[in-house]
Design a protein around this ligand. Structure first.
Ligand SMILES: Cc1ncc(COP(=O)(O)O)c(C=O)c1O
Length: 393
């Protein structure tokens, strides 16, 4: 079927964090929300049908996962990415950030060093630091238009205290889809130094422009053994409110340790709606996803063209994946507070301030383009007007 991504949907009764938390996060509620990674699109029809069918049963008790749930996950990764995940590697978790936090607490000791590659999704900082582990930043390098990994810096920072590296593949917010060669170079360095890779691959299905997502663990048996991968249909299919993710543990010792914690916290089950939704997404959601990606590519082009023509001081970084666009705003000549103030209080748009992703994000903003084009147009018009107003004053 043909999906409609253009119609603006009123989310005022949707209890959407993207809208209802504006005041808490930005200090005012009259903003156009283009921040948190949540799409303003309806979910794929097979997902909606599966949830409605489940709701119609009128019994919502504790839920057991059938074999078909695991098969749907395994089939998806094998069919799309050639990755053969074994059934016994798959563990449920309510969310990726939950999983990373559990890993920090259970797999490492206070003071152990964990490497992240900045600028990066801000919970990578908090899962390490709030669990009293030592954060080591290996900043990405900007080479021309592109961000790349800095292997020399990484080698310099590795010592015996480093236990894990948290990889973001594809990378939020810079939009890189790491190539197999880049991952091999990274993985070899980590393996040589006995560092395990936690691969957050939640954006793996959101790849643009014909690029190819390579699951880190799919590269070789050795890479699989030295990694733990977090994925989730919730990001791909915009069903994050259902709270379900999958963690893939090729090392049984890791699986057992993690599962024990899920049991202790009693968070080992899917809720009855995520169970059917995730399976429907992986079995029947591909048609929606293909159309979504085409729409996102057009939205990215739209923002790029708009900025070039009307707000040349803002330079969008071309993403290879994710629906998040990293905007270089340095030419506006504002500090981070002034930039945020301009967007929030003048333009009345809610974007993520780049500095929240690490100090390398200074002078950048992140905009979420997973919304009807009319909303993007409105947001860009507001930004243009505010910038013209400020600089013509
Ligand atoms: C890289 C990355 N990891 C994890 C998450 C959040 O996942 P979850 O809601 O499953 O914790 C996001 C959400 O935007 C993300 O961008």
């Amino acid at each position: 079927m043909k999906y409609d991504f253009d119609t603006v949907i009123d989310r005022s009764n949707n209890f959407a964090a993207k809208y209802d938390e504006l005041e808490v996060k930005f200090g005012r509620r009259d903003l156009l929300p283009l921040w948190v990674a949540d799409m303003d699109f309806k979910a794929a029809k097979p997902i909606v049908d599966a949830i409605q069918d489940r709701a119609a049963q009128e019994i919502y008790g504790y839920t057991a996962r059938p074999d078909s749930y695991f098969e749907a996950v395994m089939d998806w990764y094998k069919r799309r990415y050639g990755w053969e995940i074994k059934r016994e590697w798959i563990c449920h978790s309510p969310a990726v950030v939950t999983s990373m936090s559990i890993m920090m607490r259970e797999f490492t000791k206070p003071g152990d060093k964990i490497i992240i590659q900045t600028p990066v999704y801000y919970p990578f900082f908090s899962v390490v630091q709030d669990n009293d582990r030592e954060l080591i930043c290996n900043p990405l390098k900007r080479v021309g238009e592109k961000y790349v990994m800095d292997y020399e810096d990484l080698e310099r920072k590795i010592d015996d205290g480093v236990k894990y590296l948290i990889l973001c593949n594809p990378h939020n917010p810079v939009g890189r889809v790491w190539t197999k060669e880049e991952l091999i170079k990274l993985g070899n360095l980590c393996i040589k130094n006995n560092i395990k890779v936690i691969a957050d691959e939640i954006h793996g299905d959101l790849v643009l422009g014909g690029k190819r997502y390579t699951p880190f663990a799919s590269i070789s048996e050795e890479f699989a053994k030295h990694s733990i991968t977090c994925v989730a249909a919730t990001k791909t299919f915009n069903i994050a409110g259902l709270q379900a993710s999958t963690v893939i543990f090729p090392d049984k010792k890791d699986y057992d340790k993690f599962e024990k914690v899920l049991n202790i916290l009693d968070i080992k089950r899917n809720n009855c709606f995520s169970l059917v939704a995730v399976e429907a997404a992986y079995r029947e959601g591909e048609e929606w996803l293909t159309q979504l990606i085409a729409y996102l590519e057009e939205n990215i082009q739209f923002v790029t063209d708009y900025c070039r023509t009307n707000i040349p001081q803002i330079k969008p970084n071309k993403p290879e994946g994710t629906y998040l666009l990293w905007l270089d705003c340095k030419e506006l000549g504002l500090n981070n507070e002034e930039l945020q103030d301009l967007m929030v209080n003048e333009a009345k748009v809610a974007l993520n301030s780049g500095i929240g992703f690490g100090k390398e994000g200074s002078g950048y903003m992140r905009i979420n383009v997973a919304c009807p084009r009319a909303l993007l147009q409105e947001g860009l018009n507001r930004m243009e007007k505010a910038i013209r107003g400020k600089f013509l004053e």
